[in-house]
Design a protein around this ligand. Structure first.
Ligand code: PGA
Length: 258
């Protein structure tokens, strides 16, 4: 896999309207196309909601933007259905096969899905299998809660979350380490903590998987702390929530990794 850094925006259930999606695309492509040196160093992705995947695809195209369009921006899905089927009677679900028409990667196991949708290791395993079957790259999100962090249980929790990879074939894999207590709170672990936790994850995944995979940090990454986080040797990129919704802050973060 490429040695480039990764900067991926997770839009969650944002924004509220199609107009805002297009405004973002316009401003984002305009700022990113001003100086394209980042393309040599960074893989950029956006994970909009399912309804906005096609809109972002079009919104960033040459057809929509003219010369600013067609930047190498990957589309990422926020989830895939957990049924062992490409199509079928599953109202409200979207299969990995349907997603591959638009996206190259999918998040799996984001802490908000673990928390609000009670996603179990068994379900996450099936989602990874489904994504891989459809040739969709997997960005597996892991992270400890505040109580676990304060109890010194971080590495054990991460090992358990990573253990679902045991015995699975995953063609394209990225791990996103997102401490639950750092998501949307403005809090982050220290740079030393981020770096040493990433080193542990790297070793663990390599042991399970037999090859190195990119490890991204996520949780309150913003334009102000991106430079410092980019300086951590074991950080291969970031998964950005809130700060990816504004073109300016998202572009600053991309530049920090370039
Ligand atoms: P945040 O979210 O950057 O808003 O903290 C990150 C994420 O949940 O992926």
């Amino acid at each position: 896999m490429s040695q480039k850094k990764w900067v991926i925006g997770n839009w969650k259930m944002n924004p509220a309207s199609v107009d805002t999606v297009f405004e973002f695309c316009h401003a984002f492509a305009n700022q990113l196309s001003a100086d394209t040196a980042w393309q040599e160093r960074v893989m950029v992705g956006i994970a909009p909601s399912f309804v906005h995947l096609g809109l972002v695809d079009y919104g960033l195209s040459q057809e929509s933007l003219g010369d600013d369009g067609d930047l190498p921006i990957m589309l990422v899905s926020q989830d895939v259905a957990g049924f062992d089927k490409a199509t079928g009677a599953f109202t409200g679900d979207v299969s990995a096969e349907q997603i591959t028409d638009l996206a190259e990667w999918t998040l799996i196991g984001h802490s908000e899905r673990r928390q609000y949708h009670h996603e179990t290791n068994e379900l996450l395993t099936q989602k990874i299998i489904n994504a891989n079957r459809a040739n969709l790259g997997v960005i597996l999100c892991i992270g400890e809660t505040k109580t676990e962090y304060q109890g010194g249980q971080t590495l054990g929790v991460l090992d358990t979350q990573l253990s679902i990879l045991q015995g699975l074939t995953v063609e394209n894999l990225i791990i996103a380490y997102e401490p639950v207590w750092a998501i949307g709170t403005g809090l982050t672990p220290t740079l030393d903590e981020i770096d040493s936790t990433h080193a542990h994850i790297k070793q663990t995944v390599e042991r399970i998987f037999g090859k190195p995979v990119p490890i991204l940090y996520g949780g309150s990454v913003n334009a102000a702390n991106a430079d410092d986080i980019a300086g951590c040797v074991n950080v291969d990129g970031v998964l950005v929530g809130g700060a990816s919704l504004q073109a300016e802050s998202f572009v600053s973060i991309i530049k920090a990794f370039a």
